[in-house]
Write a protein that binds this ligand. Structure first.
Ligand SMILES: [Zn+2]
Ligand SMILES: [Zn+2]
Length: 140
């Protein structure tokens, strides 16, 4: 798979409990839909439960299809810009066909950055809760 932004070959990395595809040039990360669903079936840790209680209901604003980024998996499908609000609104690019999504480097930091002061497990927990919430919203 290739980076939708700059065409660099994506490398397999482990973030929290997820196996993801990351671009080492721009530090963007691709999440497959199957990866989201696997995560949403896992037991919640205490930290994640707390975060999900506080931030579990995502507000989603459907964005526009910019048309310039294409899904690294589907190739010919477009990535659609959506806003997810967890600790703060984050813009993600979601594939209109396979429902995988792309996070740019700054977007991932926007999700996990704010809560760093809480606990050393929190960074992982915020990411997991965020991804879990996105997975839930896709089932609706
Ligand atoms: Zn890239
Ligand atoms: Zn796709």
């Amino acid at each position: 798979m290739k980076c939708p932004r700059d065409g660099t070959e994506l490398a397999r990395v482990t973030v929290a409990t997820l196996e993801l595809d990351k671009c080492h040039k721009c530090d963007g990360i691709w999440f497959d839909r199957g990866e989201l669903e696997r995560l949403s079936d896992l037991e919640l840790s205490g930290v994640e439960q707390l975060l999900e209680k506080r931030y579990g209901d995502l507000e989603i604003t459907e964005g526009t299809t910019t048309g310039f980024m294409r899904c690294p998996r589907c190739q010919d499908a477009r990535l659609q810009g959506c806003h997810y609000a967890l600790t703060r609104p984050v813009r993600i690019d979601r594939c209109e066909r396979c429902f995988g999504f792309w996070l740019d480097k700054g977007e991932l930091e926007a999700i996990i950055g704010e809560k760093r002061e809480l606990h050393n497990e929190t960074e992982r927990g915020v990411l997991s809760s965020f991804v879990r919430s996105v997975a839930k919203s896709l089932r609706r």
